[in-house]
Design a protein around this ligand. Structure first.
Ligand SMILES: [Zn+2]
Length: 241
């Protein structure tokens, strides 16, 4: 069988049988796939690098029933430096998890792939505020799934927000105090303004935003909560942020 060559990023891995790993690879060519890496756990294994999260490589894969199998991999970038900074490591782990839950198995989403790759590079190599980069990524993922944030007016009654803003977790709408439902999350005005500013600012210019990382963290948590309810999935890595 002819191998397919894909450029992909490892999103996660888990043990499989005694000596193998199952890796989740996100690629332009095949979308998100699950592939077996045989015998990779041995210390001397040639493809030991290829199951590490963040590993960006050219993978040769073949279809074997339910999964793919990785038969070769050429490393492009391991993003190894992320492991030297705990904040950056956790934020980047969230990028991987959000990408994973935003696409179905074998669903292609080249724009999300490019967004993930560029955002990992921004966090790993560029002198940009990592919390703001991550908050903007979260917002981009939410928008990419077709959900919008209403920055000025209540989504329900269309009046301008007065004092308080809430995220209605049942439907994802941003609403005023009068329109909030039982299942709502209050959002600070600062976090909402930050999300608005982020939506209008390119990644390369995020340095120009002066705001405490606690507001950026709140913005990240709001969008993660929204995504959990929209996608009916738990986002585990947000707990470390
Ligand atoms: Zn309202």
């Amino acid at each position: 069988m002819e191998a397919t060559i894909i450029k992909g990023i490892v999103l996660s891995n888990c043990d499989y049988k005694e000596k193998d790993k199952l890796v989740e690879i996100f690629s332009v060519e095949l979308g998100k796939i699950t592939a077996i890496l045989k015998g990779c756990k041995a210390p001397t294994a040639k493809l030991k690098f290829a199951f590490q999260p963040f590993c960006f490589a050219e993978f040769s894969v073949i279809r074997t029933g339910k999964f793919y199998q990785v038969i070769d991999a050429k490393l492009i970038d391991s993003f190894f430096e992320l492991a030297n900074d705990l904040d950056k490591y956790y934020l980047s782990s969230l990028l991987l998890e959000l990408s994973s839950i935003s696409v179905e198995s074998e669903e292609q989403n080249p724009s999300l792939f490019i967004l993930l790759l560029n955002t990992l590079k921004h966090i790993c190599y560029d002198d940009l505020p990592p919390y703001l980069v991550t908050a903007k990524f979260c917002e981009d993922v939410l928008n990419g799934l077709g959900y919008e944030i209403s920055y000025q007016n209540c989504s329900s009654c269309n009046s301008p927000y007065l004092n308080k803003v809430f995220l209605n977790l049942d439907n994802g709408e941003f609403v005023c105090n009068n329109c909030k439902s039982q299942n709502s999350l209050q959002i600070s005005k600062q976090a909402l303004s930050l999300l608005k500013i982020l939506s209008m600012t390119e990644y390369e210019r995020l340095n120009s935003i002066k705001i405490s990382s606690s507001v950026a963290k709140e913005a990240i948590h709001i969008i993660c909560k929204d995504l959990e309810f929209r996608l009916l999935k738990i986002i585990h890595s947000s707990k470390f942020i």
